[in-house]
Design a protein around this ligand. Structure first.
Ligand code: A3P
Length: 272
């Protein structure tokens, strides 16, 4: 099945050649002028790299492993995206971020060179998650099929061409991961990989704890590993995005929590 798209919901603003889903030039200026606070924690990713997985891990860490505190709202509402405005939300996420109490956890898909300067100036800690581009591409393709406010990806062949050329929202995967990789040499960035988290979640969670200068007991760490595993998250209505109205995310076309594993590209790509 294909989804009825709502093109009027899709605002694309090209900034430095990068297509961004930003409301308008005026909103872009507001995003650039975002005033960060030193205790803001930023979660940066290229789309479909495990953003909401890491969000759940960070939320569990910030709440000392208290699952109930991580179920106060569903993940799209629990922490804002710096640059997005979702069709089912009254206001842009930026406004929600400005109203939030500290310490704030803020998500972004922006490439490093488009990050609001105050985030660098305030030396905010940033967690970046990168994912194998082939899996990222397949995940992005299915996501664009099920999200009403994203362009129709048509078929995988066409989407592949666009992805390779960086003609998709947030631009080139290659530029994104390389830009953030370079930025980590001069900023407080923890650079993680989706595949590593999958292989050894506990080990990667310990890296996050060290980065956040936090200690938690092994019991709590084990609890975080469990609560943020794919199988548990996919059945958690506060994490699996089923609470998002179906005219925005149509889970009958493709689930948000789709496969959650490395290597699904092998089911989509030809050997060549
Ligand atoms: P797939 O479409 O390959 O299944 P993002 O949050 O950046 O949009 O990324 C979504 C991708 O992360 C989806 O990939 C989703 O299934 C996967 N994901 C979400 N939670 C996960 C988890 N706990 N473990 C592994 N993958 C997860």
């Amino acid at each position: 099945p294909t989804m009825e798209k709502e093109p009027e919901l899709l605002n694309i603003l090209e900034v430095d050649g990068v297509p961004l889903p930003v409301l308008s030039k005026e909103w872009w200026d507001k995003i650039c002028n975002f005033q960060a606070k030193p205790d803001d924690l930023i979660l940066a990713t290229y789309p479909k790299s495990g953003t909401h997985w890491m969000q759940e891990i960070l939320d569990m860490i910030q709440n000392d492993g208290d699952v109930e505190k991580c179920k106060t709202d569903h993940s799209l509402h629990r922490h804002p995206f710096l640059e997005l405005k979702f069709p089912h939300k009254e206001k842009p996420d930026l406004e929600i971020a400005l109203e939030m109490s500290s310490p704030r956890l803020i998500k972004t898909h922006l490439p490093s060179h488009l990050i609001p300067p105050s985030i660098w100036k305030e030396n905010c800690k940033i967690v970046y998650v990168a994912r194998n581009p082939k899996d990222c591409l397949v995940s992005y393709y299915h996501f664009q099929r099920m999200a009403s406010f994203l362009p129709d990806p048509q078929n995988l062949e066409e989407f592949y061409e666009k992805f390779i050329l960086g003609k998709v929202l947030y631009g080139s995967w290659f530029d994104h991961v390389k830009g953030w990789w370079a930025a980590k040499d001069t900023h407080r960035i923890l650079y993680l990989f989706y595949e590593d988290i999958k292989k050894n979640p506990k080990h990667e969670i310990h890296k996050v704890l060290e980065f956040l200068e936090k200690t938690l007991s092994e019991d709590v760490v084990n609890k975080i590993v469990h609560h943020t595993s794919f199988d548990v998250m996919k059945d958690n209505p506060m994490a699996n995005h089923t609470a998002v109205p179906s005219h925005v995310f149509n889970h009958s076309i493709s689930k948000f929590m789709r496969k959650g594993m490395p290597g699904d590209w092998k089911n989509h790509f030809t050997v060549a």
